[in-house]
Design a protein around this ligand. Structure first.
Ligand SMILES: Nc1ncnc2c1ncn2[C@@H]1O[C@H](COP(=O)(O)OP(=O)(O)OP(=O)(O)O)[C@@H](O)[C@H]1O
Length: 231
């Protein structure tokens, strides 16, 4: 369980998250939604330890990780696919993937074969530079890099931004498979409703840095969509 209790988050003097409470169950698929600028990325970065928490508490299972650093996250089993992918363009696909092998949790020194089974293109492109890949291939690389760590929780920030439909489908299928077969917890920021409904079993709707509504995806009504998601 990942739990945020009364979390406040600021950039300098500007407060973004306000007394935010949230509990993510192990093995669940949660989609974090809301209009541009409501604090979705800030929430993910807060869970990842990329931003120091101004006040409140963040726990992972029994462990208080409120003030622990981002470097701890891979070791406790949290993988992250940031918005914009952030692969290393000058490194090969293989080098991008092996970067993750340096974490304590991963005792193997080779890239797990299941990464290539999920994303066969990564094997085909193994010796190509990351920067030469298409957007969709880079996104598969970013997800593959997080999976090298065998995480229990996978956090993804808008993985479908600027990606062609067949790769969006592949990503959807991979996320559902990881959750179904390995019980991996999926936490996803997603703006597109069909993808959110297909992957998320729970929704969390943010508005001005607070959870305005959450629950099973079936309870994300047209009224809520109209009020908090439609532009
Ligand atoms: N590094 C930063 N310094 C100052 N303000 C920031 C920083 N990053 C984000 N913000 C501001 O914080 C607010 C929340 O941003 P955030 O990226 O979390 O929103 P979001 O819901 O993910 O939006 P989007 O859908 O556009 O990605 C926005 O007003 C944004 O301008």
């Amino acid at each position: 369980m990942i739990t945020l209790s009364a979390v406040n988050q600021k950039y300098g003097g500007t407060q973004i998250l306000w007394d935010l409470d949230l509990a993510i169950k192990p093995g669940s698929r949660t989609c974090i939604m809301g209009r541009n600028g409501v604090g979705k990325t800030t929430l993910l970065k807060t869970i990842m330890g990329l931003l120091p928490i101004s006040s409140g508490k963040l726990t992972f299972g029994e462990q208080d990780i409120t003030h622990s650093s981002v470097e701890l996250r891979p070791d406790i089993g949290i993988g992250y696919v940031p918005q914009g992918r952030h692969i290393f363009p000058q490194l090969t696909v293989e080098e991008n993937l092996t970067v993750s092998l340096n974490c304590k949790r991963q005792t193997s020194k080779t890239i797990p074969e299941h990464v290539f089974e999920l994303f066969p293109v990564l094997k085909e492109m193994l010796h190509r530079q990351g920067g030469d890949l298409s957007g969709g291939q880079q996104q598969q690389l970013a997800i593959g890099r997080a999976l090298v760590l065998n995480p229990d929780v996978l956090i993804l920030d808008e993985p479908n931004e600027g990606i062609q439909p067949n790769i969006v489908q592949l990503i959807r299928d991979v996320l559902l498979k990881l959750n179904r077969e390995q019980g991996m917890t999926i936490i996803l920021v997603e703006q597109k409703l069909p993808f959110a409904r297909a992957v998320g079993e729970e929704f969390v709707l943010l508005e001005k840095g607070q959870v305005i509504s959450n629950g099973p995806m079936a309870e994300l009504t047209n009224e809520l969509v109209g009020e908090y998601l439609a532009v």
